[in-house]
Write a protein that binds this ligand. Structure first.
Ligand code: GRG
Length: 304
């Protein structure tokens, strides 16, 4: 198996920049949860367990970098949006791990939420995170037009025509004889839409123009699809220890993935094409977009 991922490790300067963004999002998540004094203890413990369990926080970093690129700084609205994105993403992982869905006992190297707590608590923790994400956008973003635009963008990406539609299509498998159109539909909806929304929310927080937001949506879709190709390749090549979740599941379950449909080498070529297209979408931002160019290039080098 090609192990290029380990030969070409993620650049350490980039890792440090990502860690810095992750810490900012973590602090915001902590503050927002502390302020919620009425959440029942077991539910809050389950929400915190999953929010602070070592996720890479790539989507929320994208929010923060996008805002900084547009406005020159990371503001309160971007931090709120970054936290909201992680809440929605975390809900999706909790629900995806449930026995009725992907049925996985392991997430980020730890027992998944329903294993650590119980199924009912996991379902409710997911529901709570999804709802809280929209509450914090509505209450913390003081400019009503900005709040509505963020809420709408996130709801469209995560909702029944976005991530949930992708999950439904993914669960309709096994797809051993699936087509490229089916594969793109699943990955664009299940994964790429949330990346596009993250890039757009950061731009909205930075008071971007419509043209700038459109460019960020385009960039987000391309890297989101690239991220999923890297995920498909990792499922094939990495160990459960590296991934922090069960490895080799896609093949076992007959899932429609890029390597299953077109092979590993062609998958890498598609990834390279998407990276080029993502970088092209950033043209108008000149050198201010350098960290986002690095993000696009680094996705295939990740090991988890
Ligand atoms: C339950 C509505 C609903 C949707 C679930 C997110 C998802 C959709 C399913 C999880 C399985 C999967 C492979 C999804 C594709 C997106 C993806 C690669 C998620 C994992 O994201 P990472 O790697 O996770 O960013 P961390 O742990 O770093 O936060």
């Amino acid at each position: 198996m090609n192990t290029n991922m380990t030969q070409n490790p993620v650049n350490s300067t980039f890792s440090a920049a990502l860690a810095e963004m992750s810490a900012l999002t973590g602090k915001t998540l902590d503050r927002l949860l502390q302020e919620q004094t009425e959440i029942p203890t077991r539910l809050k413990n389950a929400m915190e367990y999953m929010l602070q369990s070592g996720g890479k926080r790539v989507r929320s970093a994208l929010v923060l970098w996008s805002c900084r690129m547009i406005s020159g700084q990371i503001n309160h609205d971007a931090l709120t949006a970054a936290a909201a994105i992680e809440m929605v993403h975390t809900y999706s992982l909790i629900h995806d791990d449930l026995p009725a869905m992907d049925n996985d006992d392991l997430r980020r190297g730890k027992p998944s939420c329903h294993k650590q707590f119980d199924e009912a608590t996991a379902i409710l923790a997911g529901d709570a995170l999804l709802t809280l994400a929209f509450e914090v956008l509505a209450s913390e973003i003081k400019n009503p037009a900005m709040a509505v635009r963020m809420i709408r963008t996130l709801a469209e990406a995560a909702g029944p025509s976005g991530m949930i539609a992708g999950q439904v299509a993914d669960m309709e498998g096994p797809h051993v004889n699936g087509s490229m159109a089916q594969l793109e539909y699943i990955h664009m909806n299940k994964t790429a839409e949330m990346f596009a929304a993250s890039a757009a929310l950061g731009a909205i927080a930075g008071n971007a123009s419509d043209a700038q937001i459109a460019a960020m949506l385009e960039y987000g879709m391309k890297i989101g699809l690239g991220f999923q190709i890297a995920d498909d390749l990792l499922d094939l090549t990495a160990t459960a220890e590296q991934l922090g979740k069960t490895a080799g599941k896609d093949e076992q379950q007959g899932k429609l993935t890029y390597p299953a449909l077109v092979g590993v080498e062609k998958s890498r070529q598609i990834f390279q094409r998407l990276t080029t297209e993502a970088v092209d979408a950033l043209q108008m931002f000149n050198s201010r977009a350098d960290i986002l160019r690095q993000l696009a290039a680094q996705l295939l080098s990740r090991t988890k």
